[in-house]
Ligand binder design. Structure first.
Ligand code: FES
Length: 105
């Protein structure tokens, strides 16, 4: 399974992912620039990504906790998500996201 991630400098990366992993974990473990301060506990919003419009409908909807936390992040857009709250599955093979500037370390 692959995910496509555009970093904060506009470079696109094709990353190998695993079923059941969080998108944040894949981005972090491949060494891209993501702060992910709370380690995936939905408590920091520093794993903020923009999801490609074509993929938005395939994602599990945001929980109230994710929605509340996203409001604290800068530059939130309608396609904003916290990447630690997106679990990978075969259905998300090819998922495209862009790292928000606020996720930079
Ligand atoms: S890593 Fe902290 S909210 Fe996602």
């Amino acid at each position: 399974m692959k995910i496509l991630v555009t970093d904060q400098d506009g470079a696109e990366h094709e990353l190998e992912g695993l079923d059941g992993w969080r998108v944040m974990e894949v981005i972090r473990d491949w060494g891209l620039n993501i702060k992910a301060e709370c380690g995936g506990a939905c408590a920091c919003a520093t794993c903020h990504v923009y999801v490609d419009e074509a993929w938005l409908w395939k994602l599990t909807p945001k929980t109230d906790d994710e929605d509340d936390l996203l409001y604290t992040a800068p530059d939130v857009k309608p396609n904003s998500r916290l990447s630690c709250q997106i679990l990978l599955s075969d259905e998300l093979d090819g998922l495209k996201v862009t790292l928000a500037q606020s996720a930079r370390q």
